[in-house]
Each structure stands twice: as structure tokens, then as C-alpha cells.
Design a protein around this ligand. Structure first.
Ligand SMILES: Nc1nc2c(ncn2[C@@H]2O[C@H](COP(=O)(O)OP(=O)(O)O)[C@@H](O)[C@H]2O)c(=O)[nH]1
Ligand SMILES: [Mg+2]
Length: 301
């Protein structure tokens, strides 16, 4: 367990230094003043907590300050940590009761889908599941190759189609293969960019529909990969995905490259989606189930 916390701390070093780290300097031995609240607000906004969560946090902290008779700024630290923690939920346990369980991975180009699929594939294999990958991002030249390279390295089977071919057809074939091969988990990679956002969403809807034709009830999960470095912009994109396909959870990739890990709060509060995993690096082992305690420790300590 200790090294999971270490991984969170290392992974969140940037966020901790850039934004939340300033809190340590701010919350010194001085008495709490209006300036303390202004500075706290600025840091939380800068850390990408979002306006709603920031206001809500300030309100709660102010109330606690009165109730608990907190006078010095340094004594706000524990309250701050506690309030942050209360605003994050642990992910629901994942149950793969269907065989195959079909998981559609969606997200904008470059958000980290293909890398995340490799990480998930490795993780689920280690847990004893058989895994199949479907390379349905037929739009981008290198996308299929990239997934095949990962599959080769991790020794995972992959179903791919022609570059520029029909991604829904690849998705359909991969579901059929998963059924025939009695695979436990099928992870389907999808395109993150088409000529327009409208085309992309229509395409994803089609993939979703076709997967359901190949196996009624599928996809069982739709996971949206979000790039933690894109901050609040990513929330807008996420809403579009949520409308197009029934997103069931978020994977927050590149938390390690982000200085603004506060996105995690906005995702839960504003999108109402659970964060299932966090990407803490580029290697296949750099994926952790989202851990609110590890997260808060990582950004604040
Ligand atoms: N540092 C870091 N880089 C990541 C992470 N996840 C993905 N990447 C990198 O982000 C880039 C885009 O990833 P890719 O999986 O190709 O994105 P896709 O276009 O959504 O499939 C690649 O260079 C990955 O190595 C992560 O958790 N941390
Ligand atoms: Mg990709």
C-alpha cells in the first residue's frame, strides 16, 4: 500500500508544486484575513477546481473557521484537506459479470486512449481475465499500428481493420471474436477526431449501436479518457461525449503532466461521472484505480 501512495505523490508532484503547493506558503502563522480567502480562491481556481467547487469550498471553510474558532491560517490546512477529501468519491467497484464484458474507450485525439487501453489490458490480464483489444480508430494513420505495437509488447490479441475503413465494422468484428474466443474483457479503441465534432459523435453513436447489435446489452461500459492537462476545456468536450454515448466513467490520463489536478473535482461535481482510474505516467504500469486519499495526499503534502 505504501508504494501506491508514493506513486500518487510522485505522479501529482507537478500539481502539488504548482498550485496546491502554494497553500503551504499561504497558510502560515498569520491570522486569517480577507486576503487569506482571496488568495485561497485564486489558488483553487488556478488548480482547476472549477468555480462551483471553489465557492463551495470557501463557504465550507469559512463556516468551519467560525464553528471551530480557527484563528490562524495554518490551522486551516487540516480543514482544507478534509473538505477536499469529502468532495471526492471512491470509484464504484468494477464488476465484469458479462462474458465478454465490452468496454468502449472514447475521448478526443491525444487524450491518452490507446495508451490507457494498453495499461488496462495489462492490469486486467494480471488480474486473471482474458483480454482482447479492438482497434476501431481507423481514422488516424498510426492509430491501429500503435495499438498493435502495444498488443505485441504486452502479448495481447488484437482485432484490427483497414486504415480508413469502417470503424463500426471493426468494432462489430471484435465483439464477434470476443464471443467466439470466450474472452472475458474486450477493450475497443475509437477515433478521437474526425472532420468535425458532429461527425465524430455520429460515428461514435454508430459504433455504440453496432456493438449492441453484435451483442445485445453491449457495450457494458463506456469510459471517457480525459487529458488532465487540458483543464476546464476538457469539461466541455466531456459533455459532448456524455450526450452522444452513455459514458459510465472517466479515466483521468496524464495527471502526472498536469499542474492542475483539480479537474478531478469538477469532473465529479459538474459531470456527475465517477473517476475510475488515473494515468500517472506513460508506462503500462502507470495506471491506478482512482484513490481519493492518495489524490489528496498527493496534491497537498
Ligand atoms: N505522462 C503521461 N503521458 C500519457 C499518459 N497517457 C497517455 N500519455 C501520452 O499521451 C500521448 C497520447 O496518447 P495516446 O494514447 O496516443 O492518445 P489517443 O490519441 O487518445 O489514443 C502519448 O504520447 C502517450 O504516451 C499519462 O497518464 N501520463
Ligand atoms: Mg489512439
Amino acid at each position: 500500500m505504501a508504494n501506491i501512495f508514493t506513486q500518487w505523490k510522485e505522479g501529482l508532484a507537478r500539481t502539488s508544486k504548482a498550485a496546491f503547493g502554494q497553500i503551504a506558503t499561504l497558510l502560515g502563522a498569520t491570522e486569517i484575513s480577507d486576503e487569506t480567502w482571496d488568495d485561497l480562491e485564486a489558488i483553487m481556481i488556478q488548480a482547476d477546481l472549477g468555480v462551483d467547487t471553489t465557492q463551495d469550498m470557501l463557504f465550507a471553510l469559512d463556516e468551519r473557521t467560525r464553528r471551530e474558532g480557527i484563528i490562524f491560517a495554518k490551522d486551516l490546512r487540516a480543514a482544507l484537506k478534509d473538505e477536499l477529501r469529502r468532495r471526492l468519491d471512491s470509484p464504484p467497484p468494477l464488476v465484469f459479470s458479462q462474458k465478454p464484458t465490452v468496454i468502449l474507450i472514447v475521448g478526443v485525439n491525444g487524450s491518452g486512449k490507446t495508451t490507457t487501453i494498453a495499461k488496462l489490458g495489462k492490469r486486467f490480464t494480471r488480474q486473471g481475465y482474458s483480454v482482447l483489444l479492438g482497434a476501431a480508430d481507423t481514422f488516424r494513420a498510426a492509430a491501429v499500428e500503435q495499438l498493435e505495437t502495444w498488443a505485441g509488447r504486452l502479448n495481447l490479441p488484437v482485432i484490427s481493420g483497414q486504415m480508413g475503413g469502417d470503424s463500426a465494422a471493426v468494432a462489430f468484428d471484435s465483439v464477434q471474436a470476443a464471443i467466439t474466443r470466450k474472452t472475458d474483457i474486450l477493450l475497443i479503441d475509437t477515433a478521437g477526431r474526425l472532420h468535425t465534432r458532429f461527425n465524430l459523435m455520429e460515428e461514435l453513436k454508430k459504433v455504440h449501436r453496432v456493438v449492441g447489435k453484435a451483442l445485445p446489452g453491449a457495450p457494458h461500459q463506456v469510459w471517457l479518457v480525459m487529458d488532465a492537462t487540458t483543464g476546464q476545456n476538457a469539461l466541455q468536450q466531456a459533455r459532448a461525449f456524455k450526450e452522444a454515448v452513455k459514458v459510465t466513467g472517466v479515466i483521468l490520463a496524464k495527471l502526472d503532466s498536469s499542474a492542475r489536478g483539480g479537474m478531478a473535482f469538477a469532473i465529479q461535481k459538474e459531470l456527475g461521472l465517477p473517476i475510475l482510474f488515473a494515468g500517472l505516467g506513460e508506462k503500462p504500469d502507470d495506471l491506478q484505480p482512482f484513490d481519493p486519499d492518495g489524490f489528496v495526499a498527493g496534491v497537498l503534502e
